[in-house]
Design a protein around this ligand. Structure first.
Ligand code: LLP
Length: 432
């Protein structure tokens, strides 16, 4: 459930609202393309997770990578949840947004010593360690600071999450995590090292997973490992099952976060293990839309194109994963009106970037005219955060609505800023 819905506007036309804000008016005031997020939708999703945990000891750590705008992070901080970070950049963002260090888990395959140092300085909840080399580096950094690093080893449970290969992470061939064999040796090393404190175990098997079974399979494997470690005198206090719960982009039917978390909690009852989850997409995706404007319509040998002002640099998911996100009119057209240039067809919705792979959607049946506004749905996760300046395009503004109020939570970039940090070679440098 989200808070983007059609309502009838003052002219009697069905038009899209973000909570109580008219999307067409926001687009007029702030220009297109623009991202619009709903604070109430973010809140609803977080609360679904919290309700599912109920009294069971646990911590929801929002995966910052999904959408790291300060306003989004601040909503999470205000709701009292934690954060899953993967870089010092994300760490600083969370602090800037009012998040607490002791509710951060530090994931990621390539943490550098300076990042570890900063995380130890602020006192993160734990490090999710992904290799023996990284564990040794962490031990060295912690020793040099006279600190103890709390660690969890990320195991790779080798389960097939049944999702797109680019976002499947729990298989043997993926770069993530370590095998159970390697984990055993790492736990032994950590248990014996005075600068390390073994606290947990974690896994993350992939993203946009639409069934509960792969999570439960991974859970069984991880629980077996926990028992084995306990028999060796290494007792863990938490289990972190990562993120990965899918959302409905079109016809998928992922389990509700409530049912997903409840199934995990049910299995953990009596184990005494604290449960950590790192959801990203299931909190943010359906809390955001990308609004774009139709610039031109054209037809090439029977194929219809709508050239819009958003492109793959704004939202790369369709180009990169062939992801299907719904594209809907912001204001429903009055189709019988003989409006100049309006055409109904199966359109490829494409941007101005010079790549054939620059599309937001293919063969979408729509009635379009120049100037129409379209909303790409489910764009709140892995949308703006994956945007770029390719083709020297300024990135879109981000707007957050809350009830009838709206706030520009990131301004549109200015062209001059895009090359402000660059310089040309001095004239005295001879060429050729
Ligand atoms: N924890 C870890 C260790 C992760 O690697 C990820 C996502 C998450 C949590 C959050 O997963 P989520 O709940 O959002 O599925 N750019 C891709 C998704 C990449 C996900 C990477 N890791 C996309 O647009 O589909």
């Amino acid at each position: 459930m989200d808070h983007f819905e059609y309502r009838t506007d003052a002219d009697g036309r069905r038009t899209l609202f973000a909570e109580d804000c008219n999307v067409a008016e926001l687009a007029k005031a702030h220009g297109t393309p623009c991202y619009i997020y709903s604070a109430a939708t973010l809140t609803r999703h977080v609360k679904a997770y919290l309700a599912a945990l109920g009294d069971y000891p646990g911590m929801i750590c929002y995966a910052v990578k999904a959408n790291s705008n300060l306003a989004v992070l601040n909503v999470m901080a205000r709701l009292g949840i934690g954060f899953d970070i993967v870089s010092i950049g994300e760490l600083e963002r969370v602090l800037a947004a009012g998040g607490q260090a002791d509710r951060m888990v530090f994931s990621g395959v390539g943490k550098q010593p300076h990042e570890m140092r900063r995380a130890l300085e602020i006192g993160v909840y734990c490090f999710n360690v992904e290799s023996f080399a990284e564990l040794r580096a962490l031990a060295d950094v912690a020793s040099s600071m006279n600190k103890t690093a709390r660690v969890s080893v990320r195991v790779n449970p080798d389960v097939d999450a049944g999702t797109h290969p680019y976002i499947s992470t729990g298989l043997k061939e993926n770069k993530f995590g370590v095998s159970f064999d390697d984990a055993r040796a790492m736990y032994r090393f950590a248990a014996d090292h005075s600068a390390l404190e073994v606290t947990g175990i974690d896994c993350h098997i992939g993203s946009q997973i639409t069934q509960t079974a792969p999570f439960l399979d991974a859970l069984e494997k991880v629980l077996a490992m926990i028992d084995e470690l306990a028999a060796q005198g290494i007792s863990l206090t938490h289990i972190d099952l990562g993120g990965g719960l899918g959302v409905q982009y079109t016809t998928e039917t992922p389990p509700h976060p409530r049912d997903y978390a409840a199934a995990i909690v049910k299995r953990l009852q009596g184990t005494g293990l604290k449960l950590l989850l790192e959801p990203g997409r299931s909190i943010a995706a359906n809390a955001g839309i990308l609004v774009t404007r139709v610039e031109y319509l054209k037809e090439n040998q029977g194929r219809h194109f709508a050239l819009v002002d958003a492109a793959m640099n704004d939202l790369i998911r369709p180009s990169l994963y062939n992801a299907h996100q719904q594209i809907i009119p912001v204001t429903e057209p009055i189709v019988d009106a003989a409006e100049a240039g309006r055409r109904e067809a199966e359109f490829d919705i494409v941007g101005p970037v010079c790549e054939s792979g620059d599309f937001l959607g293919k063969q979408r049946r729509l009635s379009l005219a120049h100037g129409d506004l379209l909303a790409v749905r489910s764009a709140g996760a892995y949308g703006f955060v994956m945007s770029s300046n390719y083709n020297t395009r300024a990135r879109a503004p981000e707007i957050m609505v809350s009830g009838s109020q709206h706030f520009v939570v990131r301004q549109r970039e200015k062209i001059a800023d895009l090359f402000a940090g660059e310089q040309v070679l001095p004239e005295q440098v001879t060429l050729g």
